[in-house]
Design a protein around this ligand. Structure first.
Ligand code: PRX
Length: 576
């Protein structure tokens, strides 16, 4: 069914927005304060949408469970009460390591109602990435599921001194682990009233970990006021209307699944579908059809997997309710846009953002003609530039009808990250005066469309997930046979990139197929399947610059048969 788009005039793209004047759209807390949980849940629960379905869960076995806005609000208040009783105060951090289940939503909003920061973790992480993030984020509470606890939390919980409580969502098949608290039994003791923390728009609300080329993961902090951007981008880039049935396929352990799987749909007041199962083409088409999904937000890897499954799989289902499809996270190839048109009857609208931007900043909105392969244009409220960084740190604006350089955004949109937790210098380095530098290389064409060219750093994008090579290398180095490790992204037709490791062994150790398999299994156990390398090669030594930095780009160029570029800084190259 056609509905007029929320943003009818594409000339509004990139024009200024008075963010403060938009705040009343999201109703602050009566009296005083602005809290994401109020705007997303409480105001609907107390208004005309209270009985509307907020969330429709599809369990692995296909069974459905729904929560209306008022039911969700009641559970959230109980949860907030339980957290408060356990000592959670404004500014504390509550970590979530959960599958896509109702308790994930209850706990996220419960923490927000307490004024705590919510830090989601991906349930496919292994114990090592979980430990690193809990430690960096000084997690006070971790909410997890019984099945995840034994494999991922038990081995590390003892070493986390600041972790005061582990709360486990009960599972009738698994006894509650000793030393943990049961989620449902905690909530059962609480009342359905809770005095929501009167946070302000600038107060921290979310902590998302992301990866750089070097060092530990970075904790990007977002504030309650980010709600304005989630709301505006949900309306304009995803064209959400209150009557929509929306499905965001991303896991809330990653930022897309939080901003657009949890926050944006509820801020706008739609019905959101949450699938607890994993990707399966038949299952996904069935969900689209049976749930009557009208707006669908997914990722290029998923679309490529659907393309692989063939058009017959789609045509077996009635997808006529679907009216808008968008994708994010990695380059969307033009064939995928055309495939959407042919098989779904709708083109796929690519959009762009980052953990740091907190929400969509560049998009193919419905009113804009799609240029397949392009990410679209800056949303209202976003000023985007193409720049070149000089050696002295100065930034030069590249003007002209067709330019290529680094994407920069004028600081100040509401969901911009406000810190890398505890790393002020790293944060400051992302800015040049008024500009936030994204680290992505783009082209802006004569019509003002932005095209993704590549990343300026060595970070890997696999199946839409951002993976820091350093984290993978550190895990490999823990194996007693490994002397050096370097990790690159190797192009892959389905996942975009896959993680490939190069390893040099200690003097006494010889390479073998068995050792290769052992190292891959070692990394997988520590890092989990989403992060661990899929391929591993041995090298007598790894290329480094004279100052000792790994030259991952050279390994990548050699692996792919690309030009090796400037080798003058290679450690063992002749001096110039
Ligand atoms: O390199 C860009 C790529 O994903 C990065 C952000 O990843 P992350 O922080 O995990 O945020 C996920 C939320 C989208 C960007 O720096 N990226 C994002 N969108 C696109 C993209 N690359 C190409 N095309 C896109 N549409």
């Amino acid at each position: 069914m056609r509905v007029p788009p929320n943003l009818a005039d594409p000339r509004a793209m990139g024009t200024p927005v008075d963010w403060v004047s938009l705040r009343p759209e999201l109703d602050g807390i009566p009296g005083e304060g602005f809290n994401l949980a109020w705007s997303a849940i409480e105001r609907h629960a107390r208004g005309p949408r209270s009985a509307q379905t907020a969330l429709r869960f599809v369990a692995r076995d296909g069974k459905r469970r729904t929560l209306t806005y008022v039911e969700l609000a009641r559970a959230v208040r109980r949860c907030a009460g339980a957290f408060r009783r356990l000592g959670v105060r404004k500014g504390d951090t509550v970590f979530l390591l959960l599958p896509r289940c109702p308790e994930l939503f209850t706990a996220a909003f419960g923490a927000l109602e307490c004024g705590a920061l919510v830090a989601p973790l991906f349930s496919a992480f292994g114990p090592e990435p979980i430990r690193t993030r809990l430690e960096l984020g000084r997690g006070k509470i971790l909410v997890t599921a019984a099945a995840l606890h034994a494999r991922k939390v038990k081995p590390i919980a003892g070493s986390l001194r600041e972790l005061a409580h582990v709360i486990v969502v009960e599972d009738e098949r698994i006894p509650l682990p000793p030393g943990t608290l049961g989620f449902a039994s905690l909530l059962a003791r609480e009342s359905e009233e809770f005095a929501i923390e009167r946070t302000q728009p600038q107060d921290p609300a979310l902590l998302h970990f992301t990866s750089g080329t070097t060092g530990k993961p970075k904790g990007a902090v977002h504030v309650h006021g980010a709600a304005l951007m989630h709301w505006l981008s949900g309306k304009y880039a995803l064209d959400l209307h209150p009557d929509d049935v929306f499905w965001c396929t991303a896991d809330p352990g990653w930022v897309t699944g939080t901003s657009y799987g949890i926050l944006a749909p509820l801020l706008i007041g739609v019905t959101s579908v949450v699938d607890e199962g994993e990707f399966d083409a038949e299952r996904w088409y069935r969900i689209l059809a049976e749930e009557g999904v009208t707006v669908w937000y997914t990722a290029p890897t998923a679309i490529r997997m659907l393309m692989k499954a063939g058009p017959a799989a789609a045509r077996a289902h009635d997808l006529t309710r679907l009216r808008f499809v968008a994708s994010v996270g990695e380059p969307l190839n033009p064939e995928a846009v055309w495939w959407g048109q042919e098989v779904l009857g709708l083109p796929i609208h690519d959009n762009y953002w980052q953990t740091e931007t907190g929400g969509i900043v560049i998009a193919n909105v419905p009113a804009l003609d799609i240029k397949p392969g392009s990410m679209g244009q800056p949303l209202p409220g976003i000023e985007a530039f193409v720049v070149k960084r000089g050696r002295d740190g100065a930034v030069e604006h590249l003007e002209g009808p067709d330019v290529q350089g680094e994407l920069a955004l004028r600081a100040g949109w509401p969901s911009m990250f406000r810190a890398y937790l505890g790393e002020e210098e790293r944060y400051e380095k992302c800015f040049a005066g008024e500009l936030y530098l994204t680290g992505d290389l783009v082209r802006r064409d004569a019509d003002g469309y932005f095209w993704f060219v590549g990343r300026a750093d060595d970070v890997i994008k696999s199946a839409g997930h951002l993976i820091g090579p350093f984290e993978v290398e550190s895990a490999l180095l823990e194996h007693p046979a490994v002397a050096e490790a370097a990790v690159i992204g190797k192009p892959d037709p389905l996942a975009g990139e896959l993680v490939k490791a190069f390893v040099s062994l200690k003097d006494s150790v010889l390479p073998s197929q068995e050792l290769r398999a052992e190292l891959l299994a070692f990394a997988r156990k520590r890092l989990g399947p989403a992060v661990a390398p899929k391929e591993l090669d041995f090298r007598p030594s790894l290329p480094r610059t004279r100052s000792g930095k790994l030259m991952r780009r050279l390994l990548r160029a050699r692996e792919l048969g690309l030009p090796e570029g400037d080798l003058s800084t290679l450690e063992n190259s002749p001096p110039l």
